[in-house]
Design a protein around this ligand. Structure first.
Ligand code: ADP
Length: 450
């Protein structure tokens, strides 16, 4: 149980309140028990004294010495005194000071050396005219003993009830707050995988949590709608641009090949052609991204031989690498180079990372593609000794259209390569990361499940 969790706080609050409540009940019960018991003893003493009186009424007192049982009943000890307070017959507790003066009236409490007794004295006249006193005594320790089991029971029962309510309450809270845990998990999953199509399971009970889940799902739905609209817009825009760009390109080609133009005009048209080619490349990339995004939930997975793929991509980009005299080495340390993945996406991933190593590589540099085991996963490393990436840029290079030094890069780079790499890796439940230091080179690592 975390100290700052709501569960902890609520449990502490109500366990504290219940303990306090029980404490008050306990104290009240003790007070009531004492009071009620004294009243009961008062009645008992008067009854027993009355009973004894009835049994001797009108008689001489001689028979009493043979009937000692009459002097003790229900915890009350009885004794008879003469009018001048001299003891005639009876029983009294061992330590009781028998010289305690007789006094008419209600019940009294007498203390002596830590012991206490309740007393009730009654003066009466016998039928033969003789005046006597009858005294009833009830020991205080008997009262305590009578109530002790009750006090003990409460002392055990109340803490037990407090602990039990604490535990049961905590479990109920855990159950009640379970949907909140699911909401947090779902939100985390959405954040990490950007799958806005996920929804939170709505509980059956139409309570506050039900409302929260429903509201959360509504928010996700509107977010997803907006996201899809925005994606549709880039896809539509790319589609719309494709035709005019190819028309510009074909007209440029026509002008350059079929018309005899002055050199200056030719140069201008060549600039237009170059820019239109870049635009066409950008349009193709955007269309590829929107195609991949549509495909992400139903990837066409097949057996992909990573070593073969690395070799074929290296071959494809060989010419580009040769222009900078960059050597590409492939090192396969895998026991089994095959993984289950979408081939076209894996090809795009290899092309983008290999191309980057060439574009940002140094002249006569190298690119080492290493395939390694990482537990039950596969790690693919692209290690170059190129220009490297400053630490503060390493987080942002994965963003769409982000380039470290946009002015420095060549026309066909748009800052989309690593964005695509990260997306492809995430759709395959893998991870992508970089380690780099400016002037020394970079190592991009992709880890994929088999
Ligand atoms: P671009 O199309 O500009 O290459 P990327 O998304 O592939 O876009 O890369 C984003 C940025 O990351 C690049 O502009 C570049 O500055 C940096 N970068 C990527 N790969 C490397 C690398 N191997 N070496 C140095 N910098 C790199």
């Amino acid at each position: 149980m975390k100290i700052h969790s709501i569960k902890f706080k609520i449990t502490c609050w109500y366990t504290g309140i219940i303990t306090l409540l029980f404490g008050v009940i306990f104290v009240f019960a003790l007070w009531y028990l004492g009071r009620y018991s004294e009243e009961a003893i008062n009645e008992e003493l008067q009854d027993e004294v009355g009973d004894l009186l009835e049994s001797i009424y009108g008689d001489s007192l001689d028979f009493l010495s043979e009937n000692r049982a009459l002097f003790f009943d229900d915890g009350v000890m009885l004794s008879i005194y003469d009018e001048d307070s001299s003891f005639i017959e009876g029983i009294f507790p061992e330590d009781f000071p028998n010289n305690t003066p007789l006094a008419a009236g209600g019940m009294r409490k007498v203390r002596r050396q830590g012991e206490s007794w309740f007393l009730y004295d009654r003066k009466t006249e016998l039928a033969n005219g003789r005046m006597i006193w009858i005294r009833g005594i009830y020991s205080y320790s008997s009262l305590v003993a009578d109530n002790l089991w009750m006090i003990r029971l409460m002392a055990v029962l109340f803490p037990m009830i407090a602990v039990l309510t604490g535990v049961i309450g905590y479990r109920m809270l855990v159950k009640a707050l379970h949907p909140v845990l699911i909401i947090t998990e779902t939100a985390n999953e959405i954040t990490s995988s950007m799958t806005l199509s996920r929804r939170i399971p709505v509980p059956m009970n139409r309570d506050e949590i039900y409302e929260l889940c429903r509201t959360f799902n509504q928010m996700l739905e509107s977010l997803e709608k907006n996201f899809l609209r925005e994606r549709q817009f880039s896809s539509d825009a790319a589609h719309e641009l494709r035709t005019p760009v190819s028309v510009i390109l074909s007209h440029c080609e026509y002008c350059l090949e079929e018309l005899s133009l002055p050199e200056e005009a030719e140069n201008e048209i060549q600039i237009i052609q170059r820019k239109a080619r870049q635009m066409s490349e950008l349009v193709s990339r955007l269309l590829e991204i929107s195609r991949s995004e549509r495909k992400k939930n139903k990837l066409e997975k097949e057996e992909v031989d990573l070593e073969l793929l690395a070799e074929s991509v290296a071959e494809e980009l060989q010419e580009k690498a040769e222009q900078k005299e960059i050597t590409i080495e492939i090192e396969d340390r895998l026991k089994e180079p095959v993984i289950h993945a979408d081939l076209s996406m894996m090809t795009r991933l290899f092309i983008n990372l290999t191309d980057n190593a060439i574009v940002y590589g140094r002249k006569r540099g190298y690119l080492r593609i290493r395939l390694e085991e990482e537990g039950d996963k596969v790690r693919i490393l692209f290690e170059d000794n190129g220009i490297g990436i400053p630490l503060e840029e390493q987080e942002r290079i994965w963003d769409r259209f982000y380039q470290v030094d946009a002015g420095h890069t060549r026309g066909e780079n748009f800052g989309l390569g690593l964005f695509m790499v990260r997306q492809i890796v995430e759709w395959h439940n893998g991870t992508a990361s970089v380690e780099s230091s400016p002037g020394r080179g970079s190592t991009f690592a992709v880890v994929l499940p088999r």
